[in-house]
Design a protein around this ligand. Structure first.
Ligand code: OGA
Ligand code: MN
Length: 272
């Protein structure tokens, strides 16, 4: 079956048809998916009956995989992280963020599979931080290019919702890190705004009274509807996103309904 790629908005998102991740994926197909991810920043595949092993093995073709310091993982495939409302309070993903930006080398991207969904709600949104950057005035682009920001795991894992030993160890092992406010994509060369509400806590050398409003302005700008796409999940959907140049937001509008997502996370390199 031929691969087709249907963009969802001018800025971000595309649906890929004609790829079955439950079958061996040849190199040409993999490279077509990878190229679509680089172009559209998040891509969606329907009806993927993948096992945890297949999801892990596919994700590993993008690069080495990351094991999360806090979220639970599959017993049999530790690189599969479980976002299961029965295991964790997941309200903290209802905040715009770029995954694990609290690491010196945040993730390249992720492969997320919908396993169980609420009857209604639980959509996920992605925003293009390159489209947002491109829309800035040149003088502001130049100024932001001189700044670095602080990212801290503690901001998105409140002590009252995460088991204290794991959280304490994760905080010890992950002190705050500094990344450029504007990063350059290592493959496409595009520039992106790389601060997000989830993990950014300040700007290096700037008083919080100035940094706070400046960051808030950037968070609002990146997530303007024009730069976003909203996905309504069906069980078996897979989303693959480029975490270097996007932010995402998992809506929490489904009360106590059970929602289970499996994520494989690819390691990235140090932002520059
Ligand atoms: C993630 C996340 C998305 C979702 O997987 O990184 O933030 O839809 N959640 O649960
Ligand atoms: Mn996330």
């Amino acid at each position: 079956m031929a691969i087709s790629i249907e963009p969802l908005t001018p800025a971000i998102g595309a649906v890929i048809a004609g790829v079955d991740l439950a079958q061996p994926v040849d190199d040409d197909t993999f490279h077509a998916v990878e190229a679509a991810m680089l172009t559209h920043q998040v891509v969606f595949l329907r009806d993927q009956a993948v096992t945890e092993q297949q999801q892990r093995d596919f994700a590993a073709r993008f690069g080495p995989l990351h094991i999360h310091p806090i979220y639970p993982r599959s017993d049999s495939v530790p690189e599969i992280m479980l976002l299961d409302t029965a295991l964790n309070d997941l309200r903290d993903n209802a905040l715009w963020h770029s995954d694990v930006s609290f690491l010196e080398t945040p993730s390249l991207g992720a492969v997320l599979l919908a396993r169980k969904l609420p009857p209604l709600g639980g959509d996920t949104l992605w925003a293009s931080a390159t489209a947002a950057y491109d829309a800035l005035p040149d003088t502001l682009k130049a100024y932001l290019g001189t700044l670095s920001a602080i990212h801290d795991l503690a901001k998105s894992f409140p002590a009252e919702r995460f088991e204290s030993d794991a959280l304490a160890a994760a905080k010890r092992n992950n002190p705050p890190v500094v990344h450029p406010v504007i990063r350059t994509h290592p493959v496409t060369g595009k520039k992106a705004i790389f601060v997000s509400e989830g993990f950014t806590t300040g700007i290096v050398g700037m008083d919080p009274t100035l940094a706070g409003p400046l960051l808030a302005m950037l968070y609002t700008h990146v997530t303007r509807p024009e730069f976003t796409v909203r996905w309504k999940w069906r069980v078996g959907d897979v989303a693959i996103w480029d975490n270097r140049v996007t932010q995402h937001y998992a809506t929490y509008d489904y009360g106590n309904a059970h929602r289970v997502m499996n994520r494989a996370t690819m390691m990235g390199d140090k932002p520059f």
